[in-house]
Design a protein around this ligand. Structure first.
Ligand code: PLP
Length: 422
């Protein structure tokens, strides 16, 4: 049934049926969680051989004793791993601690407090702002919110951020000093930026404030679900457009090895790396090189890492299929929502009818299924259309996900019908 063409009586009848189904489910007192994009235990187990891999041999190639202090930019072998993941030269990579989010936070602080490559620190501007493609990653937005950096939402389309709007804002406002990008299997929409989008982003350095930086968070660079989707090289595009300083690239092994104990990478021009290092050397004497060495020994070649990612895909793919099947079977014939079919990454992004997302999340919570709060994928936690919900299938076992998705679909129907009846 299409909600728009249903009569009031049909809707009332449907609401009665859905409510009684919902009440029956509530009696089961479920306790399920599809909120955060964490790897499952089964995925984490794939990397357990990291533990003990060094067999008391702590020397890296070149003789560095990794147990000791030093090596601010990381071991060469770890930097090579980051270079492979980001498809950039090793000299342009710093291998750091376990979290790329920490590196991004550090990079924003560097721009804010000191400025990149001799440019004006953002804090000296009247109203510095980041462009935020939406829906996006809530933790990016939290960094800006914490530092009082303004945020301008830019809608995503199936090619990436709406580039007409991006260029318009940058032309009109010289205090736009950054943009958050998750270019491959975007969090949460799963979209990979088109070649044209990458090219237009690379040209922004020609029209933006010289302190402007693209935060290229390639968190899902190697996270295909089976079908490989290619992403154009932003580095190559900036080289052609003479804008190499405008980009900072990030990646990590968080969703490759152990999420809380991986290695994170930043790649940038030498001027940007210098700015980052200047601040880093005050914060730390060096990263955890023992862990970096463990990772270099575990992933001896990039092909080893790619093979490892296929094992992740084998675990993840049935979970994504489960989510998509529930959405298709439960909702495809109705005008109750839209969703993407990602080829990789960690999320399925679902849009309810306008004004229904909060109600769906609330209904699901009361039936024992925890969803990411509605609005979390927007700056300041406010989705102007109250429509986007991020589904994270990776963590729960398949049977739990299956149950959680049945409840989700039911809640989407119930919230939509109740809204229509109001
Ligand atoms: N960037 C994106 C887009 C993410 O989705 C996540 C985790 O979900 C992160 C960064 C966090 O990465 P890390 O574990 O390297 O800090």
């Amino acid at each position: 049934m299409q909600i728009e063409s249903a009569s009031f009586d049909q809707l009332a009848e449907w609401e009665k049926e859905l409510s009684s189904h919902y009440e029956r489910i509530r009696q089961h007192e479920l306790n399920l969680d599809i909120t955060r994009g964490k790897p499952s235990t089964e995925q984490l187990n794939l990397s357990d051989k990291l533990d003990g891999i060094l067999c008391n041999d702590y020397r890296a190639a070149g003789g560095t004793d990794t147990r000791n202090y030093g090596g601010l930019i990381g071991l060469t072998s770890a930097r090579e791993l980051g270079a492979d993941m980001l498809q950039v030269p090793t000299e342009e990579v710093i291998a750091a601690g376990n979290s790329s989010l920490t590196l991004m936070y550090h990079a924003v602080l560097t721009g804010y407090l000191f400025g990149f490559a001799g440019n004006t620190p953002w804090r000296e501007l009247k109203a510095p702002k980041f462009l935020c493609p939406v829906p996006g990653y809530d933790r990016h937005f939290s960094i800006c919110a914490q530092l009082g950096i303004g945020m301008v939402s830019i809608p995503m389309n199936d090619q990436g951020p709406n580039m007409d709007l991006v260029e318009k804002y940058i032309r009109e406002d010289n205090e736009i000093i950054g943009i958050w990008c998750v270019p491959k299997y975007s969090n949460p929409s799963g979209i990979t930026y088109s070649d044209e989008t990458v090219e237009r982003l690379a040209q922004l350095g020609q029209i933006a404030n010289p302190g402007f930086r693209i935060f290229w968070d390639n968190a899902y660079a190697v996270h295909d679900l089976g079908h490989y989707v290619s992403l154009a090289s932003i580095r190559a595009a900036t080289l052609e457009n003479d804008t190499v300083d405008s980009v900072l690239q990030f990646a990590s092994t968080s969703k490759v090895s152990h999420a809380g104990a991986g290695v994170a990478f930043v790649s940038a021009s030498s001027a940007n790396l210098q700015s980052l290092q200047q601040q880093m050397q005050t914060m730390t004497i060096g990263p955890d090189k023992v862990n970096q060495l463990r990772h270099s020994r575990f992933f001896t070649e990039f092909t080893t890492l790619k093979e490892h990612m296929r094992k992740h895909a084998n675990i993840l793919k049935p979970k994504f299929d489960c989510v998509l099947e529930h959405l298709h079977n439960g909702l495809a014939e109705m005008d109750l929502g839209q969703w993407e079919k990602p080829q990789g990454g960690y999320f399925v992004s679902f849009n309810t009818r306008k004004g229904c997302a909060k109600a769906v999340v609330k209904l699901a919570a009361e039936a024992g299924v925890k969803l990411t709060p509605a609005g979390a994928t927007f700056p300041y936690g406010k989705d102007p259309e109250d429509s986007n919900i991020r589904i994270a299938p990776s963590f729960p076992p398949l049977e739990e996900l299956d149950t959680a998705m049945s409840v989700f679909v039911l809640c989407v129907k119930l919230a939509s019908v109740r809204q229509k009846l109001e």
